[in-house]
Design a protein around this ligand. Structure first.
Ligand SMILES: [Ca+2]
Length: 543
């Protein structure tokens, strides 16, 4: 649509979208019951043969997403960046990375996706910028530079040394000495990613404008990187040690033996989201704020929803790192109990940082992969699939000489991240349908046996199962907040109702009896049989 490519500042454009299947936009937000798809742009489809996926590649391949029934995309970072952290080091918040396309290409993608009823979320990185961002270049030019206070600068402690004991994401001190101006600056990630200073009101003003710039262009919302970050302790206190006996939740958030009490999860950050929520709600439909809330504590997770006035959705990392499937039933109960009334959960198993659930949860076992998809797609709230989840793509062991992620090359608690960023397998041919057959892709392509083309033609494939589950979700759960109720069930079996659906999951490698549910079976992840197979899940229509 030409109207989408004409950006007129100050004009709040309504998203041009066909109504989403099965949802009532008047009564519930579009993301309720929706299936979002995290699309790692560099690895999805390469339209110009340079070995990197790009925005035009997405536009050309949108039919896959509408065929699958996807409601919204979250694009991995699209903004200009030196790529020290593959786009999570932004040098211009209102542009498009030239290797990925142009602003016009992104406008065209938003318009084409909108015609298919698919919304587009961008990745926003407000915790830090690139050291190549003009704000930082100015800030580093002198102590009285106009943008000096956009970043966290501090003097050495008496006697010398970094201002605090904080560690960055690689385990190194989070403070970089800057000899030219005689102070340290803070970087919770790489030294090329200086942390912004959210105590500085001008930073708030900058990000309000960035939000409005993209919302005005028809962007449906943001996934917010390091949403638990932003503010740091004003007094710059040392982080306490992580005790050897600490709980799972402390270990999840812990960083190289520290509890990041003063370098993240500060109470002041909630004010930023209350502010952004007002901006999001000033658009029609309201824009979505989905946070990367990296906390192991469900009450801390719940706090990011505020009083229905902060983030509308917050990622649940305790679930991501749960032992699958045994720990899920209790974690779902605990999550729903922790969230404030009316708050919606969001479920996911894979992402670009933590790896793919078919490997971490399922060890590549097809039965468990199918069960995981069934669970993710029948729980109430919003489900986020990572590209490749729909065909059961597993992590790829990328040889050291082909690794591209500087952050995790030297080792990381979450493992080497390239393993979950390899190109989408569209077919079994050379280039995988991702790029040309003679092009060297930026990361190696995984095994040919798992690919979209073969699975589309096979009614028993993971892809066919995933599509049926998405369809079931839209048909049965889409119209509002589906109530979840855990049912009494024998040991090793998890039964619950979600709206009109009755779900039964065998959580073990041994067969189990099919509960007498007297209901019509709509779908099962294993072959027809009298009982439940190992790791089998069944969806029935409740009585
Ligand atoms: Ca390309």
């Amino acid at each position: 649509m030409s109207s989408l490519s004409e950006h007129r500042p100050g004009v709040r454009r309504e998203l041009e979208l066909t109504p989403t299947k099965g949802t009532s936009m008047a009564t519930s937000p579009w993301w309720q019951g929706a299936v979002l798809y995290q699309l790692y742009v560099r690895s999805w489809r390469d339209s110009n043969g340079d070995g990197y996926g790009d925005i035009n590649g997405i536009t050309q391949q949108l039919d896959h997403l509408s065929w699958l029934g996807i409601d919204g995309l979250w694009l991995s970072p699209t903004m200009p960046s030196p790529d020290a952290d593959w786009g999570y080091d932004v040098s211009d918040y209102t542009g498009v990375h030239p290797e990925l396309g142009t602003l016009g290409d992104l406008d065209a993608l938003i318009a084409e996706a909108g015609r298919r009823g698919i919304r587009v979320l961008l990745d926003l990185v407000p915790n830090h910028t690139s050291s190549a961002h003009p704000w930082f270049i100015d800030a580093a030019s002198g102590r009285d530079a106009a943008h000096r206070d956009y970043y966290v600068w501090a003097d050495p402690v008496p006697g010398g040394g970094p201002p605090t004991n904080w560690l960055d994401a690689t385990g190194e001190p989070a403070w970089q000495w800057h000899p030219a101006t005689g102070q340290y600056y803070l970087h919770n990630f790489l030294p090329a990613q200086p942390d912004l200073n959210w105590w500085q009101p001008a930073v708030h003003a900058e990000f309000r404008q960035i939000l409005e710039f993209w919302f005005d262009r028809g962007v449906a919302g943001f996934r917010i990187d390091v949403a638990h970050g932003l503010y740091k302790d004003a007094e710059l206190r040392d982080n306490p040690p992580l005790a050897p006996t600490s709980s799972d939740s402390d270990r999840l958030a812990g960083r190289f033996g520290q509890r990041p009490v003063y370098s993240a999860n500060r109470p002041e950050t909630h004010g930023v989201y209350r502010d952004w929520r007002k901006i999001a709600e000033s658009y029609s439909p309201p824009r979505l704020l989905l946070g990367e809330t990296w906390t192991g504590d469900l009450s801390s997770l719940a706090s990011y929803y505020g009083d229905d006035d902060e983030l509308q959705l917050s990622f649940n990392f305790p679930v991501v790192f749960a032992r699958f499937p045994a720990e899920l039933p209790d974690l779902v109960d605990e999550t729903l109990a922790a969230l404030p009334t009316g708050a919606r959960p969001v479920w996911t198993g894979s992402n670009h940082d933590v790896g793919r659930f078919p490997s971490r949860w399922c060890h590549g076992d097809p039965a468990r992969i199918r069960l995981a998809l069934l669970i993710l797609l029948t729980l109430p709230g919003t489900t986020v699939l990572y590209y490749g989840d729909e065909i059961g793509m597993t992590d790829v062991a990328v040889p050291a000489e082909l690794q591209r992620d500087p952050m995790t090359q030297a080792g990381s608690p979450q493992g080497q991240r390239d393993r979950a960023r390899t190109p989408m397998r569209w077919n079994g041919a050379p280039g995988a349908g991702f790029t040309g057959p003679t092009v060297t892709p930026w990361l190696p392509i995984g095994p040919a046996a798992v690919n979209v083309a073969d699975q589309r033609g096979d009614p028993d494939s993971v892809l066919s199962l995933c599509r049926r589950l998405v369809d079931l979700r839209h048909g049965e759960l889409g119209a509002g907040v589906a109530g979840y109720r855990r049912l009494a069930s024998p040991p090793g079996v998890w039964s619950y109702t979600a709206g009109p659906l009755l779900v039964t999951a065998n959580l073990a490698a041994t067969p189990a009896a099919m509960p007498d549910q007297g209901a019509e079976i709509l779908l099962r992840t294993g072959p027809a049989a009298a009982g439940l197979g190992p790791w089998e899940g069944v969806v029935a229509r409740g009585g």
